[in-house]
Design a protein around this ligand. Sequence first.
Ligand SMILES: *Cc1c(COP(=O)(O)O)cnc(C)c1O
Length: 231
Amino acid sequence: MTQNDITPIKDNLAKINLQILIACNKTERSISQVTLLAVSKTKTSAMIEQAYLAGQREFGESYIQEAVEKIADLQKFSDIVWHFIGPIQSNKTRLIAENFAWVHSIDRIKVAKRLNDHRSSQDTPLNVCLQVNISGEESKSGIAAEDLKELVEFINSCEHLTLRGLMAIPEKNALTDSFEKMQQLFVKLKTEQSNIDTLSMGMSGDLTAAIAKGSTMVRVGSAIFGAREDK
Ligand SMILES: *Cc1c(COP(=O)(O)O)cnc(C)c1O
């Protein structure tokens, strides 16, 4: 599908919201505990606008350059909440801190420090989740679970960052196991800190399994906007 095709974005959103509802019912969770983040990376501003007009407000982007263009395009929709979910190069931290309300993919102190420094000019703190490399794959980004404590402490010392929770992109072959490990880390962190309310996991193909393991935010791209040719 190309980006110029007319996509049934509104219908897709309705389907995904229903899927979330069913997943919540199955595990006796309230629908109010799970937020849908629409992942619009590589998709056009016009497509995001369609989703907005269908009621969607939270959007996730992974590539900073295209993201800032779309954020500028869509400024008139002032209640859109933008989440940065991609890998973070430290020379891009200023643009991220200036344009986003949330960042899900912090996995090292250097990046956290720079985001905090660049956020200082904004009135609201940046909401952050720490990305955990839960499947232990060397190629993937994310911090090892055993190194989490140090990063949590650092974030807590940052005046312009608010720690909200954890994020993961588990390997496809170890999904349930990884979701369960994330749930344990999340529950532990939550008992230690009152501001923790976000477990960001689950995508188009695995959101039901993620919700069963306590996900509070599912990041859904292709099931809403159509297939992508990922960069
Ligand atoms: C692209 C992306 C998604 C969405 O993936 P789909 O399979 O298209 O739903 C979710 N999370 C992250 C971090 C992504 O980069």
